[in-house]
Ligand binder design. Structure first.
Ligand code: SF4
Ligand code: SF4
Length: 197
């Protein structure tokens, strides 16, 4: 997360062509258990001029985190989290998670982002991955046909998705299985790691 604290150097290089630059959005959207930072509140260690004020001593969770934009050279500057208004990460086997800035709850609905999320969701009916949006008001499972809102899950809950036959034809469905029931379920697929809300 973020850049180094020296101020005398360029931001830490995180991938061959990418640097965090002025972005500090992951220092805002995520919970940091080490010092009870709540999701949506910018970490008190972010310096006014940008970067982490405790670089080198920052929590392990921060040290290990790299957003998808930072990892992928083929995502251009429009996708840098502070510009886009959300942080992207991968979870499980290819699930794309969009963690939305609490102060820009509809950022993910703008273009070119929304069309791209829909395109990525095309794999969902084949169960090859999911696109999940963690917005401040709800979590959404994005599918090519519709966006399915769900209440924010608790850690350990499991997401069940699929297609079902309805009076209106074959449609996608999604539901949260509480952790206590998930142990008995044979249809569970993805474990949540609650990051926002
Ligand atoms: S969200 Fe990504 S680009 Fe922004 S500070 Fe975090 S790791 Fe760097
Ligand atoms: S400790 Fe540093 S890297 Fe971690 S959230 Fe705070 S400012 Fe960001």
């Amino acid at each position: 997360m973020t850049t180094n604290a020296s101020g005398a150097h360029s931001p830490v290089r995180r991938a061959s062509l990418k640097m965090c630059g002025d972005c500090t959005l992951c220092c805002k959207v995520y919970e940091i258990e080490d010092f009870e930072k709540k999701p949506g509140k910018t970490c008190h260690n972010v310096r006014d001029e940008g970067g982490c004020g405790v670089w080198g001593l920052h929590p392990k969770a921060c040290q290990e985190f790299k957003c998808l934009w930072l990892k992928h050279d083929d995502m251009d500057g429009r996708w840098r989290p502070d510009h886009a208004g959300f942080v992207m990460r991968l979870e499980g086997k290819g699930t794309v998670c969009i963690d939305v800035d609490h102060d820009r709850p509809n950022a993910w609905r703008r273009e070119p982002y929304y069309s791209q999320l829909k395109a990525w969701s095309e794999v969902m009916p084949r169960n090859e991955g999911l696109v999940l949006v963690y917005a401040p008001e709800a979590m959404y499972v994005i599918t090519p046909m519709e966006d399915l809102p769900l209440k924010a899950p608790k850690k350990g809950d499991v997401l069940e998705t699929g297609m079902e036959d309805t009076l209106f034809g074959r449609r996608p469905y999604a539901r949260v299985v509480p952790a206590r029931e998930a142990k008995r379920s044979r249809d569970t697929e993805f474990h949540f790691h609650k990051r926002v809300g």
